[in-house]
Design a protein around this ligand. Sequence first.
Ligand code: BGC
Length: 756
Amino acid sequence: MKKTAALLLGIALLTACGTRQTDQTDAEMDRFISNLMGKMTLEEKVGQLNLVSVGFDITGPILSENVEEKIKAGQVGGVFNTFTPDAVRRLQDLAVKESRLGIPLLSGYDVVHGHKTIFPIPLGLSSSWDLNLIGRVTRAAAEEASADGVNWVYSPMVDIVRDPRWGRVSESNGEDPYLSSCIARTMVENYQLDNLAKANTVMACLKHFALYGASEAGRDYNTVDMSRIRMYNEYLPPYHAAVEAGVGSVMTSFNEIDGVPATANRWLLTDLLRHEWGFDGFVVTDYTATMELVHHGLGDMPKVSELALNAGTDMDMVSEYFLATAADLVRSGRLPESVVDAACRRVLEAKYKLGLFADPYKYVSEERAKNEIMSADKLALSKEAAIKSMVLLKNEAEVLPLKANQKVAFIGPFVKGRRDLIGNWSAAGDWRKAVTVWEGVANTVGTANCLYAQGCNLLEDDALIGKLNPHGAMIEKTAPAGRLLQEAVRTARQADVVVAVLGEPFGMSGEAASRSDISLPENQQALLRALERTGKPIVLVLMNGRPLTLPWEDEHMDAILEAWYPGTQGGNAVAEVLYGKANPSGKLSMTFPRNVGQIPIYYNHKNTGRPFDPHQKYTTKYLDCPNEPLYPFGHGLSYTTFSYCDINLSSTTLPANGQLTASVIVTNTGKHTGVETVQLYIRDLEGSVTRPVKELKGFRQVLLTPGESKQVKFTITPDDLKFYNSQLDFVAEPGEFQVFIGGSSANVKAASFVYE
Ligand code: BGC
């Protein structure tokens, strides 16, 4: 009897909103939700704040038990880590048909660089500097995920990163606030489009709010401590950009800010996010972050739940602390019911905006899953994205591109290795579907002229293997190191050129994968040293999730191609680039240091009061290493070369409310057609607070055939000069500015103007 009543009420609700159109006004939504909340008990409202993990991707303790019973009891607002139409339908059935009010579930997942078709890791994709490409990749991910039962994705991750020891730099867009903001905006717009209720859109979740990328010493989950002025100018802009683009949800970060962990930080979640930025979606914690407040030392379970809810957290991922405590906190007078009401309303609004009340099965379609998942167009896009993400770090004497008639020895465990190609956080991706480098070479030029040797095991370090294998790394020592090395040297001697494909097994970067030494694994370095002694030209292809320290490799390798973890089509992409079917155009979105002692290292640093002067002792420098990185932000070569003429400024003064243009002529001076990313940087020479030596303010990509020239023009307005001053006012201050244009942050033309 009770079940029938619940079912009828559920159906009544569905019918009531089934007639609603996607352009419903906020007032209609408010009425609908007020009406629904009027029927909810306090416990049911708290139930909406509970997010449980049902599935395999576990990044902490498994706490979700009796999930089915809880869903039926109205104690679950959302699930994550489950996908496929069938699995999600079963859970949605429980919520819609068997809970008293039939409220549908959110269905979340970590769609970080693709869902089933895996694209390059975000650090790679950001190196494409191609917003159109990133938009298409995001759309493809949304199409696949939404066809597979997912309506909410934990992306974009926009943490600014300056410390490559931190494993999660692989998930980020690198070090620059401007580039990362452009990407954040593009991704939110393409996940959500202009209507979340469409079956092929998903709600984005901005993460990790905030400053997670600044963990001390690059150690994951570590303390963050930062001045407000740095926060506002350097770390917050990408989050703000995503909020301005209308992101539907925000995930708190694990770290503390001003001594208060993000999940309990009212200044962060309410004053800044909601009041200052006008965010109107809902806030979810990261995995067990509410529970972790106890470890942070903020109190016991009821206390930290109270703190998190009062701070502005709405949904509790995995901890189930809100479920356990919030109703009692309200009843005992410790927590105003209005706080629970507001959180519940925000979660229900998200469901309403996604169109779930109108059709709880909107994102569950076998038909769409069949057509969308790993479709030919997505695989083609995966290859295109991998090609455009690769960064040619070095190419001496034009050893690349390879010629089809050269005898090439492909050496290294990544040549035929498949497991690592899709990298970390390729959650639903199937590594078995990835194309290896060897297969890519076979597809591109055939392997008749190619030799192969494994060269080394992925790793020799048993302690490290022991840490990685329990998490899916599948690292095996297939043969004794000495034998593999000898075989490799013999193979190299028979070739005209050696291509060594090396890197980090995927588990060496990503979450909980910080390293204090970011060089290639020692056994791989030993292989390179042995290969180098053969005197053959060597191309090093790298697959890894972070900037590595490569001083020896830079000195001794003839070419270095950074391929990141390139994704499902990785092998085809690598082969096409190596053999010149495609010309690399990626530019680093994160600085490569010479050694870990230089970290944190980033291009937009301050001048200091004692800027570097090689002739003066008391200036800012190291005794044992230059200040400059090995490869700077924005660096990336092409098989062709580009020249820049001097900057032409339309005026040397910029009036308030006015604008000026800065243009250059870029010429392809080499032999191949290629794409150049032209970068605009500005320096504020005189400020009320110290300003960086340069800051990226724009970029444009131009395709040039050999000998062709194009003018590239940037418009500069006072908005481009604005920054947060000591009072945290966003201002442009009059004075002299320098403008730089070039193909890397360290290789630019300069001009100057005065802002009046
Ligand atoms: C990560 C998040 C992720 C979440 C859910 C956490 O461990 O920090 O980035 O979205 O797990 O899987």
